[in-house]
Design a protein around this ligand. Sequence first.
Ligand code: UTP
Length: 515
Amino acid sequence: MKNAERNTWCRSHQGLCLRQSESPDVMVNRDVEEVKNLLEKYHQSHLLAFWGELSPTQRDNLLDQIEQLDFEEVSRWVRFVLENTSPEIDSDDIAPVSSYSSEPADPGQRHKYAEAVRLGERLISAGKVAAFVVAGGQGTRLGFDGPKGNFPISPVKQKTFFQIFAETIAAAGQEYETTCPWYIMTSPLNHDETVEIFNSNDFYGLGAENVRIFQQGTLPNFDSDGKILLADKSTMSRSPDGHGGSLKALHQSGALADMKKRGIEFISYWQVDNPLVNLFDPLFIGLHAMDRAEMSSKAVIKTDCMEKVGNFCLRKEDLTVIEYSEFNEMEDNEAPPSPDGQRPKLAERRNPDYSLVFRLGSIAIHIISTSFVERLNADGFCLPLHKASKKIPHIDATGRLIESDKPNGVKLETFIFDALPLATKSIILDILRDQEFAPTKNATGVDSTETTKQMMVARAAEWLESAGVVVPRKPDGSVDCLLEIAPSFALKKADVKAKLRRIPQIKPGETLYLA
Ligand code: UTP
């Protein structure tokens, strides 16, 4: 067995989990009979179904992949695939959680926010904050050929996500007179292409030494009977292990060690498909540091009780994010049942002022202390598994390639927000959605490239107007011009005022790019 660390899965109070451990059923040499016996014992004999047809190199490759498996862990994965092991959440265990609002609530908090901003600025200037984007996803909904980060998204210049983030990091470096290193997590699906994109763009001027691109781990894909799927006759089908895999990948790739060497204490985490993200937010960083939090989150106030976002809440007093699919189904046991015996949903519970009790939606923006990632990896930490039915190309028992337009396999993954209950302390800052959150999931419709571009224009218009610039608007109030503000021009709303002399008069229907 190779000495590399392996992922194994265990049960915890949250269900089936990821941890690092050893189990007795691992292969010690390349005895094919031993492999056969092992596969038979764990009902995975089909992995050698095409053995007789394989070349020596293919055989070697296949054995390599099987050697990497810990069969105790395989049997746990299989049990998870076959049963619905995710434990039912009891709504009696769920309570709302408080947050810091984007604006301070009272004079005491105003003072704290001012202090936090000063602290956050000091930490950024001192080079204590790294940028970390997770970009290993498949981006299936967007349907773009290539890494999602390379999708041209800005409304005027068609800059890609990667370019926008790079320009933001460069502008922050200038503002704070520091160098902010950028860590990018990819997966085997898009690693080489991503590296090529950065090479051919000369690392967007950030310097190759300040950009570290590393891969996340993968997990086997299964059929609904718990059999590992084969991508071809000598290759197991595998998928990236979810954005939760980033916490292990940071450690295993050496990125965490690199951060420590550079004196980084805080990781600014975001997703590759949100071009409005405020990467270096002194208030968020400062509050996290002042409150000695290990992992903190930004949230949006839900627009609708059933909005399709993860819900921040306390579960048995631990901060947790519950996916909307589960949360929106939970009944409110405190509410009286209606005449037909049905209880209202927990998601519908309201305060006396009619605001939602469970109002904080998760947007996958976090500050994570490097010491937390270190601690988790030293402890052999556990993240629960989630499974999803997906369209997974694979070969069948006859070796025929099966490509279906319907889900035909099971993918296992972990989610970053499942690390929140493991943090000793955590804060939530609820922010204004139109300023910081434009998820680009689909080609058209909701959360699409269209809505993101609209949001980018709308935010630019709002920044200009707040500095006194007249922005043409249509009778319905929508912006009547195409605007793009480069990070070099303004990183935040307040930066616009100092640049007023460089902003021309804007006519209806015009296109304006400010850099
Ligand atoms: P999504 O959940 O939106 O998934 O990822 P996706 O793969 O990008 O898109 P779909 O669902 O196939 O359409 C949210 C963020 O997490 C990253 C993605 O790159 C994105 O930034 N991610 C997701 C990873 O880095 N690794 C993963 O295994 C999954």
